[in-house]
Design a protein around this ligand. Structure first.
Ligand code: SAM
Ligand code: SF4
Length: 332
């Protein structure tokens, strides 16, 4: 059997993972992500269609992309999401499909996610307290997220909980979230707050070392475990806990050296780093008649000029302006 092609960037990093944001719309308004009034959402004709996404993923899989994560906005807000997931499951070369979801609309689809071979879902949940959930997301939907959590576990789908740590908002939840790993076989990952909130002032008060310090204060026996290759999280275990704890230094940007991912926004913009502001529009290329080969060459050209880390990517942004757009436009 012939060896599969591999994509590399100009820093010798292998690129085999796409994060595909299928919509910028969302039914929650997490305050670290989007202003209460929302943002100027992308007009529908400017969104990539599912056909375009599948064609693009076929072309990218031919040159070495093996893993795709569906994100958004909230993926399940987009109509007929399962059509896309079914198409991806049949795409040659795509070995892993994962999903990041807020869990509010996900529950009815869990059995089919399982049937499609989706083995792991990232569930965003910043608090276990319904009142605080409302304060963070501006919506009263905690019970639905919890139902999704239970259903995913029941279907033996691995759950990684994403939890952004915010001063004065949910820092009281940090230890209860760790406590969750005692009886549930989940990975709870704490994320440093990033500036992608749609223009509000930003300050990250919870550096990853402070998060780790807090966990160790309560669980002194916490110990480091092996991180998966290309992992963005530092991972830890606590004796007698069924799950594990991770910390994602997303603002400190400590993981760039092994970054294997690219991002594609709902309107088809390629971002070779979370912190850049887009390097080309693949949807426009497709609509202008580009062949698969032209898409593949354009991707390689972009990777030949990839920033070495998130700091360099941010410094190269349009007019040097810092990142502040809503994460719902990028997908995390
Ligand atoms: N709506 C889905 C969800 O919430 O899981 C998927 C999209 S959401 C933009 C993807 C991830 O980005 C979520 O886990 C969310 O917590 C994270 N996120 C959003 N804004 C962030 C910020 N300013 N700093 C750190 N993480 C953020
Ligand atoms: Fe929606 Fe996810 Fe952003 Fe929250 S983090 S507002 S759920 S897109």
């Amino acid at each position: 059997m012939s060896e599969r092609m591999k994509l590399y960037d100009n820093h010798g990093r292998v690129i085999n993972y796409v994060r595909l944001a299928v919509t910028d719309r969302c039914n929650l308004r997490c305050f670290y992500c989007m202003p209460e009034e929302g943002i100027d959402f992308v007009p529908r004709p400017m969104l990539m269609t599912y056909e375009e996404m599948l064609r693009m993923m076929r072309a990218l899989a031919q040159v070495g992309i093996e893993k795709v994560r569906i994100t958004g906005g909230e993926p399940f807000v987009r109509k007929d999401l399962m059509l896309l997931l079914r198409g991806l499951a049949e795409t040659e070369g795509i070995k892993t499909i994962n999903l990041t979801t807020n869990g509010t609309l996900t529950a009815p689809f869990v059995p089919e996610l399982k049937a499609l071979g989706i083995k792991s879902v990232n569930l965003s949940l910043d608090t276990l307290d319904p009142k605080r959930f409302y304060e963070v997301t501006r919506r009263d939907e905690f019970d639905k997220v919890w139902r999704t959590f239970e259903l995913l576990l029941k279907h033996d789908i691995k759950v990684k909980i994403n939890s952004v740590v915010m001063e004065g908002k949910n820092d009281a939840d940090l230890i209860p979230m760790v406590e969750l790993t005692k009886n549930y076989p989940v990975s709870v990952r704490f994320i440093e707050e990033m500036p992608f909130n749609g223009g509000e002032a930003h300050e990250n008060h919870w550096h990853w070392r402070r998060i780790l310090g807090k966990i160790k204060e309560f669980y002194p026996e916490t110990y480091k475990i092996q991180d998966e290759p290309h992992s963005t999280s530092y991972n830890y275990a606590i004796p007698n806990h069924s799950g594990t704890v991770g910390i994602i230094a997303a603002y400190s940007r400590t993981f760039c050296g092994t970054c294997n991912r690219i991002r594609i926004t709902p309107q088809g913009v390629l971002r070779t780093c979370l912190y850049d502001n887009g390097v080309m529009n693949l949807k426009d290329m497709m609509r202008e008649g580009a062949t698969d080969e032209q898409l593949q060459i354009a991707l390689q050209d972009a990777l030949n000029n990839r920033a070495k880390d998130g700091f360099e990517a941010e410094s190269r942004r349009f007019m040097g302006l810092p990142a502040s757009e809503s994460m719902t436009t990028i997908g995390g």
